[in-house]
Design a protein around this ligand. Structure first.
Ligand code: MOS
Length: 744
């Protein structure tokens, strides 16, 4: 049951918006007369009609729901139309007449930085003494690296359906990763207490971060409609509206400087990140923070200075996207290493391998690494026979002129927890019904990542109960309150642990009751496959009987548990602490083949060793790895967002924005899970798997770059992703190609 599958109540109305046609301007006049008289229109609503606050900014209050005096990006909603049908609503929206005086448009984060247009003051992570360290370097290189944005392209577009309920409350079905965020936002806009807004989510057709914060506006618009017309209101965006009006992954432009000693140890690294935040803060400050956390990827670098600027431009506010700023930071250090390798004349993986972080080494933010990136790397070298791959690539390249292969290693390291410590909490509500069946509600949102499977596994394992006897409830703010969004790869850990705690408490009570019944002590009682065991001997008492006995004794069969990740902390004044419950590591080897006549390419293989701890759902985890890898490759290769200088999205449909399809996925994706029994804070020690695999895709850029260099050793392709076929072609045939051809 997705949003669009929910049967509509009689009397349901539909919303559409008139959104800004220009990226920056002052609203001189707004004429809604013609729109109001358009067929089927019930109500036209502008900023002045908002009963509460015209504000949807979560971290920084800098984003209006409906533009009041100024517009800040193309696609910014200005007027809300409520009509009898979707078509009437959209038709009427087109009849809104606005005179908007254009103002200067900034699309480049560096220009924003130069004009001091910053969302928040810059942040700097430091360790060691960089100034001193440069003097000890044998090699120092500097350069620039750019990565572009990315469309979330969830198959289900953004949307919401709001229904007026008794006592002036509103029930909202929302396609959101964060039901509480939607609830809070709607309450704020309407000026209602939060208990009058109920948000329900059954599942999403994909989120990828795009619905962590940006589902709020559509729900708030529907709620605003309900407030005014007292009838149900639905708004489900068309694909082009969604692409135009919503933010994407943040593009970054960065300057780096890297220093190595004579043994190729990286001893100093400086980097300045210019994050293109778009027109409002949205989640940008948090995304920026994660860029800093991951600026050294899986490497240990003793002297680091990393500064990040969140730059305000006139693009739609950019937002969370799988990896949350981490991939952007990692792309820069990988570019710096590739550059260093190129200049020194070694394989990049020689530098990568020498600098992998080891147990006990500290990240620049002070947390120590407890597992070992080296383990994944070595395992990958061994099981995938890297020497043989290298040889095959070299042989292929020496025998072919118009096709070249390139390979690249990419180690990853990703910290698990919300970087904002307070968000690392979750609750679960577990009921056992008198027939022995179980209901579990948590704050986790199923968006295709398999969270319901994992929560189900937790409950069925603790109770030793058939999965068929457990039901995972749709997510709802009236069952579980004050939830963190399903994000930061932490959903299974947080909600799974809360579920575990609730189930364990119930189990304790059941065992107590069983002990009374069997005239023994609770420690001697266990439950296996729906039978009670006493002293490891199977008894006649079944799970179902025990549940009934417990009920009859007037003992509660319900439990609400609260979990908060222990040990984590972060001191913002020092930029030091222990922000993550643990890290996830991995190493991938990517092999690409380019067509040197056309610039097109294919990925032969992605071979991965992925740190999973003790995996609880291998198929779910494999699905996350495969999907993440393909999505990461898409970001680095073919997905090209284009805004023109006026801030208009030119890649505004699936005809102009290409995502990986079945023909462009790698011919082989091999994932070996590196299992171990080490203690960690993951649910059943099964490490988080949502975001980390995306970062293997970064290797795609470097595999292609190496293939280009196999064709033209003098080529120096710029570190600017995505590496589209056009870019490959242009890089292949820069000046020195004549010399290359002469030698053939
Ligand atoms: Mo995710 S990018 O933490 O919603």
């Amino acid at each position: 049951m997705y949003l669009d599958d929910i049967p509509l109540q009689r009397g349901t109305l539909f919303a559409a918006v008139y959104d800004s046609p220009i990226a920056h301007g002052k609203i001189i006049s707004l004429d809604i007369n013609e729109a109001s008289q358009s067929p089927g229109v019930i109500k036209v609503i502008a900023a002045k009609d908002i009963p509460g606050e015209n504000q949807i900014g979560g971290i920084v209050p800098d984003e209006e729901l409906l533009a009041h005096e100024h517009v800040h990006f193309c696609g910014m909603p200005i007027v809300l139309v409520i009509a009898e049908t979707e078509e009437f609503a959209r038709e009427a929206a087109k009849k809104v007449k606005a005179v908007i005086e254009p103002l200067h448009v900034i699309t480049d984060p560096r220009e924003a930085k130069a004009k001091n247009e910053l969302i928040i003051p810059p942040r700097t992570f430091r360790c060691g003494d960089v100034a001193q360290a440069w003097k000890e370097c044998q090699h120092v290189f500097s350069g620039r690296a750019d990565s572009n944005g990315q469309e979330h392209l969830y198959i289900e577009t953004q949307g919401a359906y709001a229904i007026p309920m008794e006592n002036n409350s509103i029930r909202i079905f929302s396609s959101t990763q964060g039901p509480t965020a939607v609830q809070r936002c709607c309450a704020r806009v309407l000026g209602y207490p939060m208990h009058r807004i109920e948000v329900d989510v059954t599942r999403l057709g994909g989120g990828f971060g795009g619905k962590e914060d940006q589902a709020n506006a559509w729900a708030a618009l529907c709620a605003l409609g309900v407030h005014h017309v007292k009838r149900p209101v639905k708004f489900s965006l068309h694909r082009m509206e969604d692409m135009r009006m919503t933010g994407k992954r943040h593009p970054y432009s960065s300057d780096y400087k890297i220093g190595l000693d004579k043994n190729l140890k990286i001893i100093a690294y400086e980097v300045d990140f210019y994050q293109n935040a778009g027109a409002a803060a949205d989640l940008s400050p948090a995304v920026l923070e994660r860029t800093l956390f991951h600026c050294t990827n899986s490497y240990f670098i003793p002297n680091v200075r990393a500064t990040a600027y969140s730059c305000r431009t006139h693009l739609p506010p950019n937002t969370a996207f799988r990896g949350f700023g981490g991939p952007q930071g990692m792309f820069v250090i990988e570019s710096a290493i590739a550059k260093a390798a190129e200049e020194i004349g070694v394989h990049p993986d020689e530098i990568q391998k020498k600098n992998l972080i080891q147990t006990g080494d500290k990240f620049p933010y002070g947390q120590s690494a407890v597992s070992d990136a080296v383990e994944c790397w070595n395992e990958a070298e061994k099981i995938y026979d890297v020497r043989k791959i290298r040889k095959e690539v070299e042989t292929f390249n020496s025998k072919n002129f118009l096709f070249k292969k390139g390979m690249a290693f990419i180690p990853i390291c990703f910290g698990i927890s919300f970087t904002k410590t307070l968000m690392n909490q979750a609750r679960a509500l577990v009921h056992i019904y008198t027939d022995g069946s179980v209901s579990v509600a948590t704050g986790a949102v199923e968006m295709g990542q398999g969270i319901n499977t994992k929560i189900l596994q937790v409950a069925s394992k603790i109770f030793s109960l058939s999965p068929a006897k457990v039901r995972i409830q749709p997510t709802s703010t009236d069952k579980i309150a004050n939830t963190s969004p399903s994000a930061a790869s932490s959903t299974a850990d947080l909600n799974g642990k809360a579920t575990m705690m609730a189930c364990e408490k119930l189990l304790e009570r059941l065992k107590q009751r069983a002990a009374e019944e069997l005239k023994t002590t609770p420690e001697k009682i266990s439950i296996k496959d729906e039978f009670v065991y006493s002293n490891d001997e199977k008894t006649k008492l079944t799970w179902k009987d025990l549940v009934m006995l417990t009920y009859v004794s007037r003992i509660s069969l319900s439990e609400h548990a609260h979990y908060a990740t222990p040990e984590i902390n972060f001191d913002l004044t020092k930029e030091k602490g222990h922000p993550f419950a643990y890290h996830v590591y991995g190493t991938a080897i990517l092999i690409a083949t380019i067509d040197c006549l056309r610039g097109t390419y294919e990925f032969d293989a992605v071979k991965v060793v992925h740190d999973i701890g003790s995996g609880m759902s291998p198929m779910v985890d494999l699905g996350q790895c495969e999907g993440g890898i393909v999505q990461g490759i898409g970001w680095m290769t073919m997905e090209e967002i284009v805004y023109d200088k006026d801030g208009r999205l030119r890649s505004n449909a699936l005809s102009t924005y290409k995502v990986p399809d079945v023909y462009s996925v790698p011919k082989e994706i091999s994932v070996k899970f590196l299992e171990n029994d080490n203690n960690n804070l993951a649910v059943f020690r099964s490490k988080a798997v949502g975001e980390p695999p995306l970062m293997y895709g970064i290797g795609a850029f470097f595999a292609l770059r190496n293939a280009i260099k196999a064709f033209n050793p003098a080529a120096r392709p710029v570190f600017s992703s995505p590496m589209t076929p056009e870019k490959v072609l242009m890089s292949l045939h820069k000046k020195p190609v004549a010399e290359v051809q002469k030698t053939i």
